[in-house]
Structure formats: structure tokens, C-alpha cells
Write a protein that binds this ligand. Structure first.
Ligand code: SF4
Length: 68
């Protein structure tokens, strides 16, 4: 499953980075997915980060990179 951050919703708390630093990072002060880790939506820690994001900016969607 794919994980993404909507930077229009994110306000840069960086909670996601503290939770799963291997998948989330910050770019220009806003949350972002580490390049190449967009396919990490199956990781329970990533799901938890999405649930706990204070602005609900993290989305987990069906599908994998390269199967389109
Ligand atoms: S936890 Fe949510 S609001 Fe905070 S940096 Fe990550 S995506 Fe942005």
C-alpha cells in the first residue's frame, strides 16, 4: 500500500518523523515520505503514524508502485 503526505494539510509537527524516521522526513518544514519508501503503507508503524497525525495529512491507499 502506498503512503503519501498531503502538504496542504500538514502543519509540520514532525510527529510522523519521530514515529517512523525511516519512512517520513520533512521537506521545507513539512512532512514528506522519504523518496523510495512510498510503498511502506503495510507497515503497522506507518498506519499508526497516519492515525496519529494531528492534521490527518497522511494517506494510505491501495496499490503498489509499478503495478499500474
Ligand atoms: S505528523 Fe502529520 S502534521 Fe505532523 S509532520 Fe507528519 S504529516 Fe505533517
Amino acid at each position: 500500500m502506498r503512503v503519501s503526505v498531503d502538504q496542504n494539510l500538514c502543519y509540520g509537527s514532525a510527529d510522523c518523523v519521530f514515529r517512523v524516521g525511516s519512512v517520513f522526513t520533512t521537506v521545507d518544514g513539512f512532512g514528506a515520505v522519504v523518496p523510495g519508501r512510498e510503498d511502506s503503507g503495510d507497515d503497522p508503524r506507518v498506519r499508526e503514524a497516519a492515525e496519529q497525525c494531528p492534521s490527518q495529512a497522511i494517506s494510505i491507499t491501495e496499490g503498489r508502485e509499478g503495478t499500474r
